[in-house]
Design a protein around this ligand. Structure first.
Ligand code: RIB
Ligand code: CA
Length: 319
């Protein structure tokens, strides 16, 4: 397949970092720019982490822009208990000479979309605040967006709450705006996110490498983003957000259904992506409720080992 024009929106974070490294490494990803948003960590830390990870991946001159410092409505709630206080699990990376572009995320996203000669895929790996602001500020750019492929939501279990996944829970209103935008959407949610994990031995082999990018990827994979029943850190090896970029290049490893999806904005399940998997409409539809819900391609199953092998083979191309 010819290279796909991609803009990434991140809250770098351990697994956003793994995703950025994959995007830089894969020849079929034409990375036009990266926008940053508060999520796993505060915005300045997310921007710094993103710049440093581009260095670690040996990336070219990729524009990085700072976006929203908090969700549209809710207060910011970081995930430092998962990603560490610095968002990268305490991994020490060299200082960077890279700097974010002067304009904000909305301006950078808009300019890159307008300037692109062809359609662009937006890969959303974070709370979707920047994307909601983009669509409300420059609705005309939607015509240049081929689809929004997001790590977000779940058709089953939550993580931030029993029913809500962190990115959507962090800014449910933003996720609802994106789902209602009319742009084709693809949901790489926890139903698949939770299963793509690198074996400990493979992670240890990366950590033992003498090559910079391999060592950094190994350190990221080794960071214990999982917690046991006593909240003790446990090894997971999850590639996390990076699976969403794998899905861009190798969608056949997924079982996908096109389903009605809406975001719950109130009550105990606020932030839940309600995925309608019924075979027949129910009373809600009979009484005119939820009838305007748009359809989303939802990844429900994944060939996990295929994505693990794909991920490792791709980042092996880095130094
Ligand atoms: O729920 C997982 C998501 O929340 C990932 O994108 C992770 O980086 C955090 O942003
Ligand atoms: Ca993320």
């Amino acid at each position: 397949m010819s290279p796909v024009n991609v803009l990434m929106d991140v809250d770098t974070g351990v697994d956003d970092a793994l995703a950025i490294m994959f995007a830089v490494a894969h020849p079929e990803v034409n990375l036009l720019g990266i926008s940053c948003v508060a999520g796993n960590a505060a915005l300045p830390q997310v921007v710094l982490n993103t710049l440093k990870i581009l260095d670690a991946a040996g990336a070219g001159d990729i524009p990085v822009a700072a976006g929203a410092v908090r969700p549209l409505i809710a207060p910011a709630r970081d995930a430092s208990h998962v990603h560490g206080a610095d968002g990268l699990g305490g991994i020490v990376l060299p200082e960077t000479n890279r700097r974010p572009v002067g304009q904000g995320a909305v301006g950078m996203l808009r300019d890159r979309l307008v300037a692109s000669s062809g359609p662009v895929t937006i890969i959303a790996l974070a709370p979707q605040t920047n994307l909601a602001l983009l669509l409300r500020t420059h609705p005309e750019v939607a015509a240049k967006v081929e689809r929004i492929l997001s790590m977000g939501g779940s058709a089953s279990v939550g993580n931030a709450t029993p029913t809500a996944e962190f990115n959507v829970w962090h800014d449910p209103e933003a996720a609802a705006i994106v789902l209602d935008s009319g742009i084709p959407t693809f949901m790489y949610g926890l139903d698949v996110f939770n299963h793509v994990a690198v074996a400990r031995e493979q992670t240890e082999a990366l950590q033992a490498s003498s090559r910079r990018a391999q060592k950094v990827a190994g350190a990221l994979l080794a960071h214990r983003i999982g917690m046991g029943p006593g909240r003790e850190p446990v090894y997971t090896g999850l590639i996390g957000d990076a699976g969403a970029v794998c899905a861009l290049v190798d969608p056949d490893a997924l079982r996908v259904e096109r389903l009605p999806v809406f975001v719950e904005l109130a009550g105990a399940s606020r932030g839940q992506t309600v995925v309608d998997r019924r075979q027949f409409p129910g009373e809600d539809r009979m009484h005119g409720l939820h009838s305007a819900v748009g359809l989303t391609d939802v990844a429900l199953e994944v060939d996990a080992q295929r994505y693990v092998d794909f991920y490792l083979a791709t980042i092996a191309q880095l130094d």
